[in-house]
Design a protein around this ligand. Structure first.
Ligand SMILES: [Zn+2]
Length: 146
C-alpha cells in the first residue's frame, strides 16, 4: 500500500489567467469562498462559467456561496515527474470534484494532505485554501473523514 501523502504541483508554476466570465470565481477565492456561476433566471449552475445559460440562454449570472463540501468523481495519482521541477511534488492527485450544492457540477482541482491509498471515488471532501506566490488563492480538497 502506498502511504505517501498527496502533495500538489509546485506553487511557483501556477499562473492565474482570468477573464470577465471567470474573475468572479477567483475574486471569491480571495475571501476563501467557493462559488460557481448560477443562472439568475432558471438557477442552473454551470462550470466553467459561460456567457449564456445552457438551459435558458439567459446572460444573468449569480455567484452563490457554496459549502465547500464535495465528492470525488474521478482522480489520478501522478507518481512520475514530467519535468524536473515536479520531482519534489510527487505524488500529487489531480481530481474532478462533484459539488452537490451546485447541481453536481464538477470542479477540476487537487486532493492534498491525505495518504494516497485512502483516496477513492465517491468519498466526501472539503475545500482547503492555498495561497499562491502571485497573490491568488486556489481551492484544493482534502478528505472529510480520515
Ligand atoms: Zn438559465
Amino acid at each position: 500500500m502506498n502511504e505517501d501523502i498527496a502533495k500538489h504541483p509546485p506553487d511557483q508554476l501556477f499562473q492565474l489567467v482570468t477573464d470577465r466570465w471567470t474573475s468572479p470565481f477567483w475574486d471569491a477565492t480571495q475571501q476563501h469562498r467557493l462559488t460557481a456561476a448560477c443562472c439568475a433566471d432558471c438557477k442552473t449552475f454551470r462550470m466553467p462559467p459561460t456567457p449564456f445559460c445552457p438551459n435558458c440562454l439567459s446572460q444573468k449570472i449569480d455567484w452563490p456561496t457554496l459549502s465547500g463540501v464535495g465528492e470525488i468523481y474521478s482522480y489520478t495519482i501522478v507518481s512520475k515527474a514530467i519535468f524536473p521541477e515536479m520531482e519534489s511534488s510527487l505524488p500529487y492527485v489531480p481530481c474532478l470534484i462533484t459539488l452537490p450544492d451546485a447541481d453536481n457540477i464538477r470542479l477540476i482541482s487537487n486532493i492534498v494532505d491525505v495518504p494516497v491509498n485512502r483516496i477513492a471515488i465517491g468519498l466526501s471532501v472539503k475545500v482547503v485554501w492555498a495561497n499562491m506566490p502571485d497573490g491568488s488563492v486556489v481551492p484544493r480538497f482534502t478528505l472529510r473523514n480520515l
